[in-house]
Each structure stands twice: as C-alpha cells, then as structure tokens.
Design a protein around this ligand. Structure first.
Ligand SMILES: *[C@@H]1O[C@H](CO)[C@@H](O)[C@H](O)[C@H]1NC(C)=O
Ligand SMILES: *[C@@H]1O[C@H](CO)[C@@H](O)[C@H](O)[C@H]1NC(C)=O
Ligand SMILES: *[C@@H]1O[C@H](CO)[C@@H](O)[C@H](O)[C@H]1NC(C)=O
Ligand SMILES: *[C@@H]1O[C@H](CO)[C@@H](O)[C@H](O)[C@H]1NC(C)=O
Ligand SMILES: *[C@@H]1O[C@H](CO)[C@@H](O)[C@H](O)[C@H]1NC(C)=O
Ligand SMILES: *[C@@H]1O[C@H](CO)[C@@H](O)[C@H](O)[C@H]1NC(C)=O
Ligand SMILES: *[C@@H]1O[C@H](CO)[C@@H](O)[C@H](O)[C@H]1NC(C)=O
Ligand SMILES: *[C@@H]1O[C@H](CO)[C@@H](O)[C@H](O)[C@H]1NC(C)=O
Ligand SMILES: [Cu+2]
Length: 590
C-alpha cells in the first residue's frame, strides 16, 4: 500500500494553486470490520465505512474543515495533534476539556486555519477510542520546504490490539490489577497494515514522515543499508542530523531524508522494532519487530537483514533551523509523575498526588463563563488539576518521573523548548544543573521522560486557551496522568469564541455548559466530580500492597469464574463493594 507519494512538481503546483484553500473532509465515523495485522478480524473504528481512516493532506495557509458525523454507539471528538490552534481553542478537541463530545448520531464541524507545516496526526480524544483505530496522519506541506527532496512517504507506526479498547480499559483500571500492568498489544502496524511496500527509484531522495500513533509501544526505527538524516521533529525543521536508528515514542514524529541506492539488484527491510521494555510481559506470540519493504525492483530478492543496534539518541541535541530564544521563567511548576493504588483500591496515575478526573463542565466553557473568577484555579475543580498561567509569561515545567516506566508527555497548543534533561529527581528551587541548555534549545510537542529521570521544558504563554499536558500512553491518560493549563484566562473572553454548535452537543448529552467544574455559580463546587485520593492513615507502602493482595486472594477464585464464565457486571460490582467494605474495616483497624 502506498500513501502520500508526491513529486516535487506536483507539490510546487499544489503550493501555488492552493493559496488559502479551504480543504474539506467529510468524515462519517463508523464501525468497520477489518483485519489489519492479518491475524484477527475485529470491529474497528474507521471513517466512511473504510479502514484505515484517510490521511489528511494540507498546505500551509489552508483552512481545514472536517464535517464529522458520529455513527458510533458512543461519543467521539477529534484532536489535531501538534496544531497550535491560535485563537481557536474551541476546535482543539479533547472531550470535556475544550468541548462536549459529539453524541452518537450527532454532527459537528471542526474549522482549523493552518499556520504551521510539518508532520502531525489526528486522533479521537474521547476515552481511549483512538486505540480502536480512529487515528490518521495529518501532513502539512510548507509553501517553500527547507530541504529539497524528490518524493515523500508517510510511515505511520502503531501498535494493535485484538480486544476492544473499552473492555481492556475496564480490566486495566480495576481492583484486580493492583500493579497497573498495561494491556500488551498483539502486533505492530505500519500504515495500519502489515507488509507495507515503499517503492524507491535509484538516485532519488525521499522524505519519510515517521509518526508513532501507538497506544503504548515505543519503536526503534532503522532501514537496512540506508543512512537517514533527521530534518524535522514534531513540526519543527532541524539541522540535518545523520543517524542509523532512532527511537520514537507514542505521538512523536520525525521526518528523515533517505537517498535511494544507485542499483536495483536488491530490496531492503525497513524496521520498526517494538521496545519490550515498555511491556510488563511479552507474550510468546507477539512479533516485536514490525517490518516494511523498500522496493527497488519487484523481482529482486531481499538484502540480508541487518539488526543494527538501537543507538543512544538524545532529541535535545537536535538544532532548530529557525532559532528561538528562551527566557528566565516567570513561573515554574514541578510535576512528579507516579503510579500507586489510591483509595478506590485501583492503581492510578498522579501528578503531585492528584489523579486527573474530567470535570462536569468542559474547562473552556468554565473559563468563558466565570467572569473574573476564571483566574481562580478552584473553579476548574481540584481533580482537573488546573494550573493557571498569565498571558505572555514564560513557563517552565520540570517533570520528575518517579515511576519505573517511561512516559512521553505531550502539551497541547504549543511546542516547548527542552532546556534540561537529567537523572533522578530535580528540585527546581535549587540552581540549574550544568546540563541546562538555553541556547536555541530543541523544540517539540511530545517528550519522553525515562524512568527516574527529569526533563525541564519551557514555553511562552502566548496562546490563550485550555491546554492539556498529559502522558500520551493512552492507558496512562485514562489512569489520570494529566494536568490542565489554564492559559491567560484574563484575556480569553476577548480573544476566543465558542460556537453555538458546541452547545448543541452538550444539550444532546445533557452536559452543563456554563459555570464552574460542578456546573454551579461562583465557588460552590458542590457536586463536582471527585477523584480517588492517595491512601491515608497509617498505611505504609508495604501495608497497601499487603492489603491489595488480601483483597485479591479473597476474590481470586470468584474473579476468575466471573471473567471467564459469565462476565456479570452486577456481580463484579457487588464483589468490589464487599472488597472495599472489608478493606475499609482493615484500614480502620490499623
Ligand atoms: C454514515 O454511515 C452509517 C453507517 O454506514 C450510515 O448508516 C449513514 O447513513 C451514514 N451517514 C451519512 C450521512 O452518510
Ligand atoms: C447536523 O445536525 C443538525 C441538527 O443537530 C441538522 O440540522 C443537520 O442537518 C445535520 N447535518 C448533517 C450533515 O447531518
Ligand atoms: C525558498 O527558500 C529558499 C531558502 O530557504 C530561498 O532561497 C528561496 O528564495 C525561497 N523561495 C521562495 C519562492 O520563497
Ligand atoms: C511508539 O511509542 C511507544 C510509546 O512510547 C514506544 O514504546 C514505541 O517504541 C514507539 N515506536 C517507535 C517506532 O518508535
Ligand atoms: C549514484 O551515482 C552517482 C553518479 O555515479 C553518484 O554521484 C552518487 O554518489 C551515487 N549515489 C549513491 C547513493 O551511491
Ligand atoms: C528484533 O530486532 C532487534 C534489533 O534490531 C534484534 O536484536 C532482535 O533479535 C530482533 N528480534 C527478533 C525476534 O527477530
Ligand atoms: C545547546 O543547544 C545548541 C543547539 O540548539 C547546541 O548547538 C549546543 O551545543 C547546546 N549546548 C550544550 C551545552 O549542550
Ligand atoms: C470581579 O468583578 C466584579 C464585577 O465585575 C468586581 O466587583 C470584583 O471586585 C471583581 N473581583 C476581583 C477579585 O477582581
Ligand atoms: Cu505514561
């Protein structure tokens, strides 16, 4: 299957002809039956009864219009990942953050002026729906590309599960999964298929746009026999950097230039190796090494497979072509990411001991309807974890990863500068470590923070709106690993609008669309959605583990019967209530 092949001539033509074009996509979001890995046929989420959803192809200066009809049995919404959406926060997409989701049978139009270029993607931002397939590349051609190339391909990497996301999520976020083990995918896909072929013509230079659309998996990317030069990272052109392999975590993008060989005597394997370190256990039948083929000549044989090393690679060393100065931060947030069993006895994710819970009113509507109280974080609800920042201030976020897993963090509405990356926990009230680099730092919108490391990022609060900052491992977002930046609420009503079509969605779903996080006036948060909190009392970490295992062992036989015989929700709920009552008694007894 070939995607997005364009000669330079076509591109040049498109660029001149497409000045300020309105590019319209009609997306009827539908269930489709598909078998993308050739191993298992299942229900997936597609568009216009087709899977995979079509790639979106644009040029700088266009206006993107997506007319969505939701033909699913559940609400949906679309997020254009990496787009700044300046003055256009209402079309950023995350459900209950910047909009009410689109109800089943509903329709909604996203109108997005395109002021950037590079490699992006679009995906559902309602529950974990994109894991079921609602994800597609979103490519924006520059009117005058920084680097010359003859043609381009999109290489979209993704992990693939055979079970429905909602079923896996229910098991992941359950009392029976105290260690928080994530569902492990059954396979990996390139362009939502297996055995994809990319035709190369001798002597030509190709731009490969590599996108990681995974729910969980991290891949290491390399091509047998070919050198790669990185030229773009998350929509930012960078000085050419030669690599033999690079890692790409969920939601990241890299463009690379690859020059074709001069002879056509062999074809070559393109490798996207899933990193088993991301998985709690690797099933025997999981094919970790996903491959495609670079085809010079359909009749030729494959060159011998080279398993190149996974090279160490630091994206903070990539140098943006257009330099951007940094500034001393006006406000610094230290966020410690961790996972633990909270007082709902489920393993959840926290930033500074708060697990994210959706508010009753989408945060954008709260900001737009609360008058001068919109600058008071309280109105957004404690569990939306609101961080209010002032217009045009410089913001630094220090993310400390206090978890044995690696997490790719994504900020909506911005690219950020990576100013520091170090080992262990960094306390920002202490002087900058020597590794801080404030000279034209690398910029991107998704950064990996490895286990027990820290990353310091900066951005200027020049884009008023509500922007989520969250882990892009879909399971971890669902577990609550998110905060909400409330950026420049004092100017939002004068620079942002919310169209009537938003309120139509809310009305259809019975969701309030004004007032604070509880749908009330002023600071009355009665009825707001509350999260579970860390376990309190005299519990030690050891005690919690012991408690959880007590519950598990008490219920194990029963649980097994329920899951494998007759998944009876009412029965599970009753058992969990019993388990909680028992746990509460034990907590009191302590
Ligand atoms: C959308 O797709 C569904 C499922 O195929 C179909 O029933 C419906 O008529 C379609 N809607 C439109 C407006 O095409
Ligand atoms: C979208 O929904 C509105 C009412 O909610 C309806 O009037 C309109 O016809 C719908 N448009 C399409 C294309 O289905
Ligand atoms: C395109 O960019 C190059 C260098 O970046 C410049 O020399 C050239 O004049 C530009 N062309 C147009 C049509 O803007
Ligand atoms: C995609 O991202 C996931 C999660 O970070 C990562 O495990 C996987 O290796 C990435 N894939 C590629 C090809 O880099
Ligand atoms: C292909 O051949 C041309 C002309 O002989 C040469 O300049 C070029 O370096 C060769 N390219 C590769 C990738 O070997
Ligand atoms: C997958 O690729 C890696 C690195 O390229 C290699 O070390 C490993 O042996 C491969 N695994 C399999 C099962 O082929
Ligand atoms: C800081 O980043 C720039 C490029 O953005 C690079 O040239 C320079 O070497 C880096 N300095 C340090 C100390 O890493
Ligand atoms: C908020 O606005 C009201 C009226 O617009 C004003 O009376 C009040 O003093 C303001 N409160 C703050 C904290 O600025
Ligand atoms: Cu994560």
């Amino acid at each position: 299957m070939l995607l997005s092949v364009k000669s330079l001539a076509v591109l040049a033509l498109a660029a001149t002809a497409a000045q300020a074009a309105v590019v319209t996509y009609n997306w009827n979001i539908t269930y489709v039956t598909a078998n993308p890995d050739g191993l298992f046929e299942r229900r997936v989420v597609g568009v216009n009864n087709q899977f995979p959803p079509p790639a979106i192809d644009l040029t700088l200066g266009d206006t993107l219009v997506i007319n969505v009809i939701n033909s699913l049995e559940e609400p949906t919404s679309l997020h254009s990942h990496g787009l700044f959406q300046i003055g256009n926060n209402q079309y950023d997409g995350p459900a209950m953050v910047t909009q009410c989701p689109i109800p089943p049978g509903g329709n909604f139009t996203y109108t997005i002026p395109i002021a950037q270029h590079g490699t992006f993607w679009i995906h559902s931002h309602a529950k974990g729906q994109y894991v079921d397939g609602l994800r597609a590349p979103l490519i924006i051609h520059n009117t005058n590309e920084t680097y010359q190339y003859d043609a381009e391909y999109t290489v979209a990497l993704a992990d693939w599960y055979h079970a429905q996301h909602a079923d896996m999520l229910a098991q992941y976020l359950s009392i029976f999964n105290p260690s928080g083990a994530e569902p492990v995918p059954q396979s990996g896909l390139i362009n939502q298929a297996s055995d994809v072929k990319f035709n190369f013509v001798p002597g030509k230079t190709y731009r490969l746009r590599v996108i990681n659309m995974s729910a969980l998996s991290m891949f290491h990317f390399h091509i047998d026999g070919h050198e790669m030069q990185i030229i773009e990272v998350d929509g930012i052109d960078v000085q050419k950097t030669t690599v033999t392999s690079f890692p790409i975590t969920a939601a990241q993008r890299y463009s690379i230039l690859v020059t074709a060989k001069n002879d056509t005597s062999s074809n070559y394997i393109m490798h996207a190796d899933m990193d088993p370190a991301m998985f709690d256990s690797v099933p025997d039948d999981l094919q970790l090494n996903v491959t495609g083929t670079i085809v010079y000549n359909a009749a030729a044989s494959l060159a011998p497979i080279e398993y190149s090393q996974w090279d160490p690679f630091n994206d903070a060393t990539l140098v943006p072509v257009v330099p951007e100065a940094t500034s001393e931060p006006d406000q610094v947030f230290a966020l410690t990411a961790a996972f633990s069993v909270l007082n709902d006895y489920i393993n959840k994710a926290t930033f500074n001991d708060i697990t994210y819970v959706l508010p009753k009113v989408p945060s954008l509507y709260t900001a737009m309807s609360m008058g001068n109280l919109s600058s008071d974080p309280e109105v957004y609800g404690k569990y939306a974890h609101p961080l209010v920042i002032k217009h045009n201030q410089w913001i630094e976020i220090v993310v400390n990863n206090n978890d044995p897993g690696n997490h790719p963090f994504h900020l909506h509405g911005h690219v950020f500068q990576i100013v520091g990356r170090g080992e262990g926990i960094y306390d920002p009230s202490t002087p900058y470590p020597s590794y801080y680099n404030t000279t034209n730092p690398a910029r991107r919108d998704t950064v990996l923070v490895p286990s027990n490391e820290n990353v310091a990022i900066r951005f200027k609060a020049d884009n008023p709106g509500i922007w989520l900052f969250h882990c892009h491992i879909e399971w971890h977002l669902q577990a609550g690993l998110a905060v909400t930046f409330i950026e420049a609420p004092e100017v939002m009503p004068s620079v942002l609008t919310v169209d009537q079509s938003h309120y139509d969605q809310c009305k259809a779903l019975g969701i309030p669309f004004r007032g604070n996080a509880a749908g009330n006036d002023g600071l009355d948060l009665n009825g707001a959605n509350l999260g579970p909190d860390p376990l309190t009392g005299k519990f030690t970490a050891k005690g919690i583990v012991a408690l959880v295992f007590t519950i598990i062992s008490a219920l194990l036989g029963l649980a097994t019967v329920i899951w494998y015989a007759h998944e009876d929700d009412a029965q599970i709920a009753a058992d969990m209530a019993k388990a909680k009552a028992k746990a509460n008694r034990e907590e009191e007894a302590n």
